[in-house]
Design a protein around this ligand. Structure first.
Ligand code: HEM
Length: 562
């Protein structure tokens, strides 16, 4: 048998030529079929073993030289694959006509690196400023800065579904059981969402009011006792304690006891740090699958949560103390869907994270913005004094919603400036692609494209919010039709949109309104001299949720003692 062939005038060993061919074929296969690390490893090592055996048995090579030769050839396969993928992504890809940075066109690792530094929303914003309203932010991903695209990709009639990131957050294929949030299949998601909806009905929300009161009161009492001692506190830690204690109670009838202890619970700490890592690796779902095999502290959290939920089931649902979990135990009448135990555990974890992280971030950031804008704080106090009376605790959820427009403007303006989920969440176009309007022009988005709408960029775009899109001005939310040059409410999207948008929006407003109103009526929150507002703002990192890398140390002065 011939060992060499003539390739463009060069004498090339047959197995080298075959390796190049295999590399090219591998690209075609990988483009059509999703292969995951386990399958790829199996195919790779099986091929290495078979060819090594062939070299030893058929060609009489020593084992060592057969292994070296086979590994060398396998590198040729991999190098050919990489060259082919690169050439395809740049020159032939269905998104090749869309502008964007070279590093994003080539690989999703670019997003991993911006996410590791918490800079995604800032990075994407810069790319929009450079390339325009449509930017290619990944090999098969676009970011589109136009509010009408939010409903086109996320509305009830949209043919799009959740993108690959959602497969990554539950550990890739064969990973943890899906939560509602990571359920990609639309029918399954709709069935689960109907079960969840019952836990967020008007009636259910009404029944959580007493728990929100209790936790708010506890927050005020714990802070008051520390204020009397003149202690310096990291105020956003306390917002986090409040958020988790409340979600533990309203979500699944447990308490993390963080308000009473004044320190972060060990399990919550594990959840927070692990999830921050998971959010980053989920950009490459195959990476999530690999990471699953590494030692993972989340397992300890899951063991703890399993125990808490078992106890919760044993003690039953108290009539006067309902929680969301009680509703999750029901079946969806329309489809017959009933949650498995693993799904219940994933949903309880989702509740703690989605519910506590975001709301406590907004509460902490409201206190930050108010500390920087004494005029706004004064107006807010005037409004609360008018509605509830001077020095009287704010306790009526309806009044806080309907009679306090300035309070609501402060909260919304804080979320506009600092959205707690700053990068838009991904949707994937169907096999037929999707037609959308971008700034009035019809655009066809090719099939299986991952699309983002950049929340932070939209919130600060002068075409949607003017004048002064970068200024903190709650007034823009009042009489905006009369006074504002631009106020495009569709561009305000902190809770996402449509059937997969935030289910806890009303609950979030209820708890933030009550806690914020009582905090500003009870305390003067004064950042310490060392606090640097610019550094704090620059230290806001986008790791799916907005994290504060810089603390806000404050002293609290009780107002009625003045
Ligand atoms: C200011 C506070 C909040 C903000 C800004 C916020 C934001 C969001 C956003 C942007 C999403 C969409 C995520 C996606 O499409 O992948 C979402 C989903 C979700 N949120 Fe919230 N959220 C907040 C509070 C809450 C609260 C208090 C709960 C209570 C449990 C909650 C529960 C959920 C759940 C369960 C989902 C998944 C919905 C689904 O996939 O159908 N959120 N939230």
């Amino acid at each position: 048998m011939k060992n060499h062939i003539d390739l463009l005038g060069h004498d090339v060993p047959v197995d080298v030529a075959a390796s190049v061919l295999i590399g090219l074929s591998a690209h075609i296969v990988l483009n059509r079929f999703e292969l995951w690390p386990k399958q790829l490893f199996t195919v790779y090592w099986a091929s290495v073993a078979i060819y090594t055996r062939h070299l030893v048995a058929e060609q009489g090579q020593s084992l060592a030289s057969a292994i070296v030769r086979t590994l060398g050839l396998s590198y040729i396969v991999i190098a050919t694959l990489l060259v082919s993928v690169t050439a395809h992504r740049l020159l032939f890809h269905r998104l090749r006509r869309f502008p964007g940075p070279l590093s994003c066109k080539l690989t999703k690792w670019t997003t991993v690196s911006t996410d590791l530094n918490g800079l995604r929303s800032r990075f994407v914003d810069q790319q929009h400023k450079k390339y325009g309203d449509i930017v290619r932010t990944g090999p098969r991903e676009l970011s589109i800065n136009d509010p009408s695209v939010i409903s086109a990709i996320g509305g009830g009639n949209s043919p799009c579904q959740k993108g690959p990131w959602y497969v990554g957050i539950h550990g890739g294929k064969g990973g943890r059981s899906h939560s509602l949030h990571s359920t990609v299949n639309k029918e399954d998601h709709a069935a689960r969402r109907r079960i969840w909806d019952a836990g967020f009905s008007q009636k259910a929300l009404k029944s959580y009011e007493s728990e929100i009161h209790t936790k708010t009161q506890q927050l005020i009492e714990e802070l008051s006792s520390r204020a009397r001692k003149g202690q310096v506190l990291n105020i956003d830690d306390w917002c986090l304690f409040f958020g988790y204690d409340l979600m533990g109670a309203v979500g699944f009838g447990t308490s993390f006891d963080m308000l009473s202890k004044g320190v972060i619970d060990k399990n919550v700490e594990i959840l927070e740090t692990s999830m921050a890592h998971i959010m980053v690796v989920s950009n490459l779902p195959y990476l999530s699958e690999l990471v699953r095999y590494l030692p993972n502290p989340m397992k300890d959290f899951e063991v703890w949560l399993n125990m808490v939920l078992k106890k919760r089931i044993e003690s039953g649902t108290k009539e006067d103390y309902p929680d969301v979990f009680a509703f999750l135990l029901d079946e969806d009448k329309q489809s017959g869907w009933k949650h498995t135990w693993e799904e219940l555990v994933s949903d309880a974890m989702l509740m703690a994270l989605a519910g506590a992280e975001t709301s406590s971030t907004v509460l902490g950031l409201c206190l930050f913005t108010l500390s920087q804008h004494p005029d706004v704080l004064q107006k807010l106090r005037d409004e609360l004094d008018d509605v509830f009376g001077k020095g009287v605790p704010c306790d009526d959820f309806d009044d806080l919603n309907k009679k306090c427009p300035y309070l609501n403007a402060v909260i919304n303006e804080t979320m506009r400036m600092y959205p707690p989920i700053a990068s838009g969440l991904q949707k994937e176009t169907p096999a037929s692609g999707l037609q959308v309007q971008v700034q009035g022009k019809q655009i066809v988005i090719p099939p299986h494209t991952v699309v983002h709408t950049p929340t932070m960029t939209m919130h600060r775009d002068p075409r949607y919010f003017s004048p002064e899109p970068n200024a903190y001005r709650p007034e823009r939310w009042l009489d905006h039709h009369k006074n504002e040059e631009r106020f495009e409410i569709k561009a305000f999207n902190p809770f996402s949109f449509g059937p997969t948008g935030c289910i806890g929006k009303t609950l979030a407003y209820m708890e933030i309104r009550l806690a914020l109103a009582n905090l500003v009526q009870t305390f003067d929150v004064k950042p310490t001299k060392e606090f640097n507002a610019k550094e704090f703002e620059d230290g806001l990192l986008d790791i799916f949720t907005t994290k504060r890398s810089k603390k806000m140390p404050v002293t609290l002065e009780l107002r009625q003692q003045k």
